[in-house]
Design a protein around this ligand. Structure first.
Ligand code: FE2
Length: 319
């Protein structure tokens, strides 16, 4: 069974091709093209995705050394994401499914991040920490469904990093640049720390951090802002490990590739006798492989008729 998966929830238009043989999955192609403009303007994202879509699909088929007739399933990220961007992936998937007579599958983008993390890290039933631009969630799987047991009450951690970075004049995405600068900090400045049980909030921290720009050295402010935010994530993750009795923590999503966060979470896990897992950085960020993979795992994607294959901008991880 071979699946072609399309990712287009935000700035990246990507196509992955995965083959399933028995219980084994093999990545046959992984092609991506990301919008490089400033910020995420929906109409500009859609224009970018439309411009590159045909070429990205062709390149992926070439990389896999396959013809379209050899593909069994076509999958697309149905949500959550930016409507304009999501619709491009959905239109490309529907066209391939209709004109080339393929089975069409809609995939939840968050579930795809989790499934590729579990697959690459070879971990069965971990506590999942999903951290990306728009999300910060703690999840456990129960009877094939993911249940959110803790999450941000306002903005996602990635959004916090990008908003702070923009105020410092850093280009989007600011996360990786801030991550490097974190290790140069010398002084920990006191900033708001908001944790409520297994939930957390970043907007108060963001406001207070921005108010200190030009009043503190940038390197110390970056170190302090990231250290505070990541310590909050470590605290709720530790509480969730204790609550669920899990011995494995798997971080997925774009922010999971942060070296600063990895250092903090690894230390926390080591101290409480748990194991920490994170996929290689390439598969923390958005990609088409995870969409194809999720569509090949029983119960993780929905087979759709063309007429019911709408996108769902605010799709929840529990769906
Ligand atoms: Fe993502």
């Amino acid at each position: 069974m071979i699946c072609l998966g399309i990712e287009s929830t935000a700035h990246t238009f990507a196509v992955g091709i995965v083959e399933k043989k028995g219980k084994k999955y093999k990545i046959l192609a992984d092609v991506r093209d990301s919008y490089s403009g400033v910020g995420l303007v929906p109409s500009e994202l859609a224009e970018h995705h439309f411009d590159v879509a045909a070429e990205v699909v062709k390149k992926a088929l070439r990389e896999a050394n396959l013809e379209i007739k050899e593909i069994d399933r076509v999958a697309f990220a149905r949500g959550p994401g930016i409507g304009h961007a999501l619709r491009v992936g959905a239109i490309v998937a529907r066209s391939l499914a209709y004109f080339k007579e393929k089975d069409l599958f809609g995939v939840n983008h968050c579930i795809a991040h989790i499934e590729i993390g579990k697959h690459l890290c070879k971990v069965q039933s971990p506590l999942v920490l999903y951290i990306s631009g728009g999300n910060t969630q703690l999840l456990v799987e129960k009877k094939g469904h993911y249940k959110i047991i803790g999450e941000t009450l306002d903005i996602g951690i990635g959004n916090f990093l990008d908003s702070f970075g923009r105020k410092l004049g850093l280009e989007f995405p600011a996360g990786p640049k801030l991550d490097k600068l974190y290790f140069r900090g010398k002084k920990l400045i006191e900033l708001p720390y908001t944790v409520k049980g297994m939930d957390l909030a970043f907007s108060g921290l963001l406001t207070a951090t921005i108010a200190k720009i030009n009043k503190e050295k940038n390197r110390d402010l970056i170190y302090s802002a990231l250290h505070t935010a990541f310590s909050m994530i470590a605290e709720v993750s530790e509480r969730a490990l204790a609550y669920t009795n899990k011995k494995e923590l798997l971080a997925v999503g774009g922010v999971a590739s942060s070296k600063a966060l990895t250092k903090i979470l690894r230390t926390m896990c080591k101290e409480r006798g748990a194991e920490y897992f994170v996929p290689e950085p390439r598969y923390c960020t958005d990609n088409g492989v995870m969409i194809a993979l999720a569509a090949l795992i029983d119960g993780k994607a929905k087979r759709l008729k063309i007429e019911e294959s709408n996108v769902i901008q605010k799709m929840r991880t529990e769906e």
